[in-house]
Design a protein around this ligand. Sequence first.
Ligand code: SF4
Length: 484
Amino acid sequence: MARPSPLEIYALLDKSNCQECGRDTCMAFATDLLERKVTVQDCTHLMQDTKQAKKRDKLIVLATPPQKSVEVGVGDRKCIIGGEEVLNRHQLTYYNETVIFMEIEDDDPDLEATAKYLTNLVIERMGDVLRVNGIALRCVSGDADQFKLAAKKLTEISDLPVMLACMNPDILLAVASEIKGLKPLLYAATKDSWEKVGKFAVENNLPVVAVSNDLDELMTLSATLQKLGVKNLILDAMTVFGPGNVALTYDNIMKLRIAAIDKEDPNAGFPIMGVPAAYWSQVKIDNDKKLWEHQYQEIIMAAIMESIDTSLIVLHSGKNEEDIWTLLAIMTLRQSVFSDPRIYPAVDPGIYEIGEPNNKSPIFVTSNYRLTKIPVEIDIKGANVDAWLLVVDSEGIGIESAVAGGQFSAGAIAEAVKEFGVFEKVDHRILIIPGMAARLSGALEDEADAYVVVGPRDSSGIGKYMKEQWKPEEFMKIYEDLKE
Ligand code: SF4
């Protein structure tokens, strides 16, 4: 089904513009529904007026993406998995980034410390906070009590969503019934266990993974589980390593995505998961190799999966500080793959406080291109300088291009100085412009009535610049002499 237009959605709404959904008009609601900022359930009229039930049901179908989304966990760290409308990001955008679950074994003596580390792990990169999304608790003990104890310890220490991974359905369901309130993901329903696991999932409204390395069998499993009443399903065509198997794994994921999104096959229309962690159970660990050489294989598989929008991956490596490089690579790639191509990377123009600036602090000037403003801010902080950062509207373009294109001009900077009352915050009139904008300095002095100094070409030189060249009294003396 083609992506509906706002008008098609509007046609099914109440059109009373009652504003109970927090939107000014039903048309605004229609636009936000398309962008997933609201859900059909947010329209009180459609939800409460029984006469409009048909329209509501039609709208739910229209607003549901060909690949449905599945929620795992509860509370602030609940994650939304899948729910995509396009095969390639450039066709629209991806809405939900690949969710990363970290595998912990139920007999791991460091379970609590590892869970605590992963729960609290925060990586800040270019203004975004990067975190892992969940923990896959794997039953390797084969013992229900051990698995139960591990689940208890894990859920006491962590608020991350949990996947219970156990191929014995009796053990799986015994533990799932203990923590069902936390909405764990059940792994897995197979051709042998689908009925038991599926019924439990329906009764408790829990998400479940259907697993098979045969795509036809996986589609049959999906159809059977849906018939049973399972609504929240994730598909796993299995991850395999070894010669030719990486290509096979890749092909299976792509086939499922194409079937869901292009062919709208209802049995394929669910999130897809991959398990790079399977490397450690499939490959004979060659002790001549260093640990990182093995980890590297797992991380390459994870990167391949992220690059083709696999909805969820399970990783083994990266559970302690020494192995942070594995997560850094995967999270950085994820940040790039899942940025919205429709949003120009710009930040709001304005005067930003870095540290605790006062009336003597320097004023740095930069553009509102996000990937310029954030590194400049990081470099000022890194240099331990309390400063004002004037961010000029350069239409989201970086300094060098914006100077050439005229968006970062003496006029635009002078206007920003005035608009944001920059010189009311300090008792000097000095502006530090980036080295790449040096040629604006003369004109800017006239237009902003300022003393303009040229800072480093690269913001990484700010610390050195402040130590060696920042001489505000001297600069102000020159400014005053010139005024006379
Ligand atoms: S609650 Fe429904 S009827 Fe009211 S403005 Fe929002 S969309 Fe329109």
